[in-house]
Structure formats: C-alpha cells, structure tokens
Design a protein around this ligand. Sequence first.
Ligand code: ZN
Ligand code: ZN
Length: 233
Amino acid sequence: MHDLVIRSGKNVAQSGHRVRALYLAAIIAASALGILHLSQLIDLIAPTSWIALLAGLWVGALAADLVTGLVHWGCDTWGDEETPWIGSSLIRWFRAHHREPQAMLEHDWIEVNGAPALAASAAFLVLPCLGSQSAFGYAVAWSLIGAGALANQFHQWAHMDSPPLLIRKLQRSGLILSRVRHARHHALHTGGYCISTGWLNGLLDATGFWRVLERSIAFVTGAEPRADARNRS
Ligand SMILES: [Zn+2]
Ligand SMILES: [Zn+2]
C-alpha cells in the first residue's frame, strides 16, 4: 500500500498516484455515505428519542476510542516488523512513530485519512444489513464508524504545535484527542493508547487495564509483552 523510503533518517511513507486516487475516492465515498446515514438516522428520531440518540453517539465514540486503543496497544506490545500480515504495515508504522513522532506531520490529509476511509466506506455499506431500526443502535454504529475513521486525523492534530483554531477549541474542550492527553503515550509508551477522542485513556491507565490484559495473554500464550527491543526505544 505504501512505499516506505528512508529520507534524511526519517521513515516517510509516500503513496503513488494510483493509491492517492483510491484514497481520495474513499474519502469522498465515506463522507457521502456518512452524510446519507446521518440523514437516515435523523429520520429515525422520534421526539422522545433525542436522549437515545445522544447516548448512542457517546457510546459509539467510546467504542471507537477503545478500538483504536486495542489496535495501538496490540501493535506496540506484541510481535515485530516480521509478524505476518500486519508486521510490515501496522506494527512497523506504530514503532516508527515512536522513534520519530513528528514524521507523521509530513503526510497530507489524503494519506492520513485514506486507509481509514476505505474501512469506513465498507462499514457504512454493510450498515443497512444490520437492520437496526432504533435510534440508539444506529447512532452507536454511525458514531463508531465516524470516530474510528477520523482517529488518524485526530492523532495527527495532536502532534501539531499549532493546529487550526477550531481544532484547538475541540482539543481544549476534550471532544477530541489533545496534545497533552497524547503526550503521555510518547513519554511512556505503556499507556495512553487510545487515539480517537482519548476519553478512555485516564480510566484504562488508572485501572491497569492494559497490564491485566498483557498478563492474561502472557499467561495463556507464554509470549512476553514488548519483547521486541525496538519497541522500547
Ligand atoms: Zn505507540
Ligand atoms: Zn502519536
């Protein structure tokens, strides 16, 4: 998907024209499908179901934050760049991101959002098959897909010294991942894995959720968390 090149000591993923065209098409498709589903969601809302709608949006955003945390934690903790399927892509990306966090700022919005938009487009397309007619269920699914699709962008904004004013306001309000909230991850690499809204980072870190998960997996599989020395750099 990406050609990874070494430039001035930095890992910079550069996509070819065809991949960029695909990414752009996916971003347009995901945006259109998201708006279409939102209009259908609004049609489902009865005067009494606004609370269900807001609760659904909140639960979906929490679920998206958890999913990003699980994926990030998994890639930081287990396997290495030789791991089949995801080693040369996802795991490699997350570990390169530890070494040079600001390198992701070299990617434009098409590269940042293209791959998540592909997944979101597919998810939005299968959403009608789930057949949810409740405002709550529909809102959970819509919010989960939307917040998940935007996680890469939220993450990149959290690395910017000076993001756009509106984004700074959203970060300060706590609605999306803030620079401060994400900085803890880059200080320790053992917490703060959630990179969508970041809402769950405090709870999951304080309760030792990740360590319990690691001990459970280590007990069952015998694998050692963070065994790859490159992940500790
Ligand atoms: Zn990480
Ligand atoms: Zn980061």
